[in-house]
Design a protein around this ligand. Structure first.
Ligand code: INI
Length: 154
């Protein structure tokens, strides 16, 4: 029989500090994602939550990186809404956002979650921002929290 342990992160945020980076672009949606993320972290008992607004999803990674490098935060939640238009701008913004946010966690060791909606239209965005498909901001906050706690145990 093999030996070893199973490691899993809790959703207890007591004593933990979080940064939230949220894009102003499509703020009708992102303010709902923010409400979901903030409410989730507050309910879990977070000690501190700082919020940084940036122009669009493309700008999220740089602000998230700066927050992570500051060593003031246990985890970063990144929120945005990229809605496909008639140009290829959508693909560039999505690609840079996902790549950049992933880079933040891998480079600094501070977990940064991807709470950026990438959808076809406004209806799909609303569905994921506190309506019938849940709130992806809240889910991203949960993911950050779980990663903070699981990384502490590894
Ligand atoms: N930014 C978004 O957050 N969502 C979008 O849907 C979007 N679209 O469709 O263009 C968007 N563009 C702006 C981009 O994030 C930058 O702010 C801009 O390119 C300036 O760097």
């Amino acid at each position: 029989m093999s030996t070893g342990q199973t490691i899993i992160g809790s959703h207890d945020a007591a004593g933990l500090k979080f940064g939230i980076v949220v894009a102003k672009f499509n703020d009708l949606i992102t303010e709902r994602l923010l409400a979901g993320a903030k409410g989730t972290l507050e309910q879990a008992g977070a000690e501190k939550i700082d919020i940084v607004w940036v122009p669009g999803a493309f700008e999220i990674p740089l602000a998230a990186l700066k927050m992570a490098q500051s060593k003031k935060y246990d985890g970063i939640v990144c929120l945005g809404a990229v809605i496909r238009g008639s140009t290829t701008h959508y693909d560039y913004v999505c690609n840079e956002a996902v790549k950049g946010i992933s880079h933040v966690g891998l480079q600094t060791g501070v977990p940064a979650s991807f709470g950026v909606l990438t959808v076809e239209n406004l209806e799909q965005a609303f569905e994921r921002a506190g309506s019938k498909l849940g709130n992806k901001g809240s889910e991203a906050a949960m993911a950050t929290l779980e990663m903070v706690n699981v990384l502490k145990k590894i």
